[in-house]
Unconditional design. Structure first.
Length: 78
């Protein structure tokens, strides 16, 4: 499997909830990093850099399209 890369950065856990179910339904492997820490202590997101969505290189375009369809394109990093 290719390395996972950051595709999007979210401000809070709520923004990742519906996305998680779509990725699981489509069987796209992903990692959501720092989700627990930010949900427990929202102010820590300033120091940690928020919640990162990582996917394999082969799924970057698919996931970006999903984010656009869900009107979450503002979270995509280039």
């Amino acid at each position: 499997m290719n390395d996972f890369v950051v595709v999007a950065i979210f401000n809070n856990q709520r923004e990742t909830m519906s996305l998680r179910s779509v990725l699981e339904r489509k069987k796209i492997p992903y990692i959501i990093q720092d989700e627990t820490v930010v949900s427990v202590d929202p102010l820590s997101s300033m120091g940690l850099g928020n919640i990162s969505l990582k996917v394999g290189e082969e799924n970057i375009d698919v996931v970006k399209n999903i984010l656009i369809k869900k009107k979450k394109e503002k979270f995509i990093i280039e």
